[in-house]
Design a protein. Structure first.
Length: 136
């Protein structure tokens, strides 16, 4: 969000933004990474850097045989629940699974599982929406 505000600020020139970003990132990135940041700035795409990094990490994990899974649950999940879900999803997808858990009480009950571009909506709010659509 902060990057978007900086990138969209008309008072900050591309040169100033590039200089600041290179200064911030020079310890963590090699020359190719810095050039990529400069290219994003030049093409007014700096606000996409978080999404690009997320996609990169997902592809890297997929290539190494791991799947990144995001589970959004209506209630807190115990370690046992997470372990059981990990085993189940590993069996279903045939790969090792790394789960990150979020909590969202607006789901009312159940959970939403995101694996790459696949979404499994087992939430109560999702079922209510489906039912409402069928009744229309």
């Amino acid at each position: 969000k902060l990057l978007k505000q900086l990138a969209d600020n008309p008072k900050i020139s591309k040169a100033m933004l590039e200089e600041a970003m290179v200064d911030i990132c020079k310890e963590q990135l090699n020359d190719e990474g810095l050039n990529f940041i400069k290219l994003l700035i030049k093409n007014n795409r700096l606000q996409l850097v978080a999404e690009i990094a997320e996609q990169y990490e997902a592809k890297k994990a997929e290539k190494s045989g791991f799947l990144d899974v995001t589970v959004t649950s209506a209630f807190p999940m115990s370690e046992g629940d997470v372990k059981e879900l990990t085993v189940s999803l590993s069996g279903s997808f045939g790969k090792q699974v790394k789960i990150s858990v979020k909590e969202d009480s607006s789901l009312i009950g159940g959970m939403i599982i995101r694996v790459g571009d696949k979404v499994i909506d087992g939430s109560l709010s999702g079922q209510i929406k489906q039912l409402a659509n069928k009744l229309k």
